[in-house]
Structures are given as C-alpha cells and as structure tokens.
Design a protein around this ligand. Sequence first.
Ligand SMILES: Cc1cc2nc3c(=O)[nH]c(=O)nc-3n(C[C@H](O)[C@H](O)[C@H](O)COP(=O)(O)OP(=O)(O)OC[C@H]3O[C@@H](n4cnc5c(N)ncnc54)[C@H](O)[C@@H]3O)c2cc1C
Length: 426
Amino acid sequence: MVNGPWTIGHILSIMNHEPQSLIVIGGGAAGFFCAVNAARLNPALKVTIVERSNKLLSKVKISGGGRCNVTHACFDIAEMSKRYPRGNNFEKKLFHHFFTKDTIEWFKERGVQLKAEADGRMFPVTDSSQTIIDCLLKEADKHGVQIKMQCDIKVVNAVDQGFELETSANQKLTADFVCIATGGFPKASMFDWLKSTGHSFAAPVPSLFTFNLPQHPVTKLMGISVTDAAVKITGSRLLQQGPVLITHWGLSGPAVLKLSAYAARELAEKNWQFDIVVNWLPGYNEQTLKEKFLQLRNENGSQLLYHKNSFGLPQRLWEFLLHQSGVVEGCRRADLQAKPQNELIRNLTAFPFSVKGKTTFKEEFVTAGGITLNEIDSATMMSKKIPHLFFAGEVIDVDGITGGYNFQNAWSTGWVAAKAIANISY
Ligand SMILES: Cc1cc2nc3c(=O)[nH]c(=O)nc-3n(C[C@H](O)[C@H](O)[C@H](O)COP(=O)(O)OP(=O)(O)OC[C@H]3O[C@@H](n4cnc5c(N)ncnc54)[C@H](O)[C@@H]3O)c2cc1C
C-alpha cells in the first residue's frame, strides 16, 4: 500500500516498476535498526547502509563497558520520557509507536534475551555487546541490506526524483528515500554538510560527564561511594539526588552524571567552572539536623564523635567531615562547641566544592544538541521540510541520562522511520 507525499519521480518509478531505494547514512545503532526493519517490512525496497569509517556499530561494541546497556526496564511512557533532558515531549509521542517493551520483544524474537539489573539497566544475558552486534548484522544479511564502508557522505540534495548524495571521494549515489543516522556531532561546524537540507540544529554541548576537583582533599577518599546524596549547582535550582562516588579526580556516580545531563547547557556556558553544594544526608536540612544533634547529645553525651557515626556515612568520609569542620579527635558529643557543630552541620548538609572542568564518563557519553525537533514529525521521523528525508538516533536534538535511554532513542527513532518508509514505498 502506497500512501503519503509523492514526488514526480515517485510516480514515474511506479509507472516503470523500478524497485525503490533507501540509503541510510550511518552504520550505528539507529542506522541499522532503520535499515533492517525497513528491508524486512518492505522486501521490495533496496536498502543500503553507508558508513564513513571502516567499522560498523562501533559504539554498540564499547557501550556499557562492553556489555551494551540496550534499554531500561521502565514501562511507563510518561516516566521514561522524563529521563531525556532534551526531547522529553518528542520521546513521549515517539514511545507510543515503539517503546521499551517492543525493544525487549524485538530482540527476544531474534533469540537475544535481555535481563534487568537492580537499577533498571537492561543488558543481553550474555553480558556482551557482541550479541547485539551479531543480531543486527544477521538481520541485515537476512533481509539483503547492502553495506558500503568508508563511504563518507558530504552532500545530501533533494531532487525531483528523490535524492542525490555525494561522497568525499566525489562519488554520486541516488536514492528515493534517505535516513540520516549519523550520530551526535561534538562541534557545530560538523553539521554544515546538512545545511543543504534546510534544517536547523541546536548547538552541540557534551552531556554525561563527571566533575573535576583538582587537588581537593576529598579526592584522597577515592573509591568511597555514598548511596544517597544530593548535589546542587549553587545559584540555581539544578539539583540531583542519588549515589555519589568520590574519585581520584573529583566526583562521579549517578547523581553527578544526571546533573551533568540536565545542566549540560548551563555548565557549557560557564565553561565547566562552577560551584556546587553536596548534602551528604539528603533526609536532613540544616535545621532538622541541628535538632537531631541535640537529640543525640541528650541521649548519649559521652559518645566519642569520631567513633560513632550515627548517619550511616562511610567512616572515612565521616572522619573527613569532622576534620574539615574543626572537630578535634577525642571530642565527646556533650563537649562539642557551637562553632564546630555548626560547621559540621553545614558540611553535612551543604558541603561546598568549586568544580574546575569535567571528565568524560567512559561507560557512556553523548552530545546534547542536534537537528531541531519541531522540524521532524515524531509519528514518522520524516522531515517536515523535505518529503522522504528521515532522521534517526543521536543526530536529532534528543539525549538521555545514563542507563540505556540513548539506545532506546536509537531503536525507537530507527523503527518509526523504517515503518514509515516501508508504508510509503512500494
Ligand atoms: C563509550 C560509550 C558508551 C555508551 N554506552 C551506552 C549504553 O550502554 N547505553 C546507551 O543507551 N547508550 C550508550 N551510549 C550512547 C549511545 O552509544 C549512542 O547514543 C548511540 O550509539 C547513538 O546511535 P546512533 O546510531 O545515532 O549514532 P552512532 O552510534 O554514533 O552511529 C553513527 C554512525 O554514522 C557514521 N557517520 C557519521 N557521519 C557520517 C557521514 N557523513 N557519512 C557516513 N557515515 C557517517 C559514524 O561513523 C557512525 O558509525 C554510549 C556512548 C559512548 C560513547
């Protein structure tokens, strides 16, 4: 069944009964998912993936520390879409077409079982990203998807009869449909080659990084993690709560990574030099902790502060905070003076740090920014400017926090584009 916008070329092709063609630019997760599904849903369509490097699915390979965090065990669309600092409304609409449960089912139907870890991240049961790569390559082979490597597309031109593409080696390719699945670009100039499509883009900035605290004494506690802390950017309402890990260069862990994602633009504007406060006991604020201290003093005034850490914090962190607050060793609760007590309460609920720079999170990182979402139809992933031009994956202005959300975006956009292309092609 053919429906949707037609071009003259489209009508001529139907009259000549030529098979139609799709070129997917980019051999990553989104490009493969679009290509294999389009070829499966319309076996008459000639599908080619063009990839500029000599590797396919290279990010899948290194993803999730080599295990590939394929998606997240979240089955509520509204909840899931909140995990995208940019593009949450777009994802909400997109997920009605292809969601996490569809990803799990899609891989299961092809013999790949996924398992959920306690924090919701989902991995193949083999704990190997190669399982995902093998599955996608097998699927491409099964449905006759052609693959051209070391084919760097420099120009995409919409012409009457579809598209003309030009490679860096001045080779010309033509197609009835094009899906741009080139991933995120870290620099704005890297979007220049897409200018001919008339699309605009949000400037790229890094997301998902850890905070550097060069030479800060806390870094001596490297390896210590606090299961629940709140990290807030001073002078803003940007705050995230969750596990925090102290590293030899600064602070990391889910709360820090989430904050880096939600605050990606603000932090880029500050050139990654900013102040934060950490509440190591997010169940308390300064006032309620003061009351707790009074209660503990009344209950057991003879207790040695350095010996008794009443809040479940790692002992070395507790001792560090006592030391930083000027509490002398051997001090009993009842002897704690007002000044060091106030200092300790402040350090427990709002420890100030000056962040100087960022470090890439090796397990997963993404670029915020990309093709402007209001120029793309979320029901089809087709450009609103150029019929039969599609987008999939990180090239669009969507990015998720860490936990399998970025791949889910690749699967959902790739599948929606494939379905739409299969519907309008013959
Ligand atoms: C180290 C690391 C670990 C990660 N781990 C996870 C994880 O566990 N879970 C998760 O959800 N996300 C993870 N991510 C993020 C995730 O990998 C990306 O969001 C996802 O790969 C995006 O897929 P994509 O297909 O859009 O782009 P990509 O995977 O970047 O693929 C795009 C492809 O297009 C090619 N290309 C670009 N321009 C052209 C051109 N002009 N012509 C031809 N080819 C071109 C590129 O060479 C590339 O192969 C990780 C990222 C990194 C860097």
